[in-house]
Design a protein around this ligand. Structure first.
Ligand code: IMP
Ligand code: MG
Length: 180
């Protein structure tokens, strides 16, 4: 078990597993028929996943426009509070275009429902959702991801862009911080 910053990290999804799954997701996205595609990486958590997935999309012949949307979902500890605000908006006009939202985790669905409604209210033609991880059974919003990397156990995970209290985003794998 890797020991990082004095904590034991149990690896859930390692580097080769994530890379293989990203290649599969890219093929899936290519067959979904998005037209005039803008991918919107939801920051901060999705930055590594988005970077890898976008390069995998190139590998299957897609050339999307790339945008970033910084949202804050206020959390107390590891629990979502439900309030979502825009910290930094995208720069492009999505009216009439297909949008693929990319996020790290779909948990309550509040973050992605907020982003989806924002894109639809601006006239996006179609809004797809790609997530690295989905925690089943936690949805508070009716939201279905179209492209899901892994169905994840109900644990607080870190790494590959995801943090706990701003730590561990740099890890190339997804893991769980073990107590003690
Ligand atoms: P939702 O709005 O409840 O779906 O929460 C999704 C957001 O909460 C994700 O984009 C993450 O930023 C964060 N989140 C949820 N679960 C975890 C976790 O296990 N580790 C790190 N961040 C998480
Ligand atoms: Mg996030």
């Amino acid at each position: 078990m890797p020991r990082i910053r004095g904590r034991d990290l149990r690896v859930l999804y390692d580097v080769p597993a994530i890379a293989a799954r990203n290649a599969e997701l890219a093929r899936e996205i290519a067959t979904a028929g998005y037209v005039d595609l803008v991918v919107v990486s939801i920051l901060k958590g999705s930055f590594i996943f988005a970077a890898d997935l976008i390069r995998a999309l190139h590998g299957v012949g897609l050339a999307p426009e790339v945008e970033f949307l910084t949202l804050s979902s206020y959390r107390s500890g590891t629990e979502s509070s439900g309030e979502v605000t825009v910290l930094r908006d995208i720069d492009t006009d999505v009216a009439g275009r297909d949008v693929l939202l990319i996020d790290d985790i779909l948990e309550s669905g509040r973050t992605l429902a907020f982003a989806r409604d924002m894109m639809l209210s601006r006239g996006a033609h179609r809004v797809g959702v790609a997530v690295l991880l989905e925690k089943p059974g936690k949805l508070a919003q009716p939201l279905q991801a179209d492209h899901i990397g892994f169905s994840c156990p109900d644990l607080f995970v870190v790494g590959y862009g995801m943090d706990v209290a701003h730590a561990f985003r740099e890890l190339p794998f997804v893991g769980v911080v073990e107590d003690g």
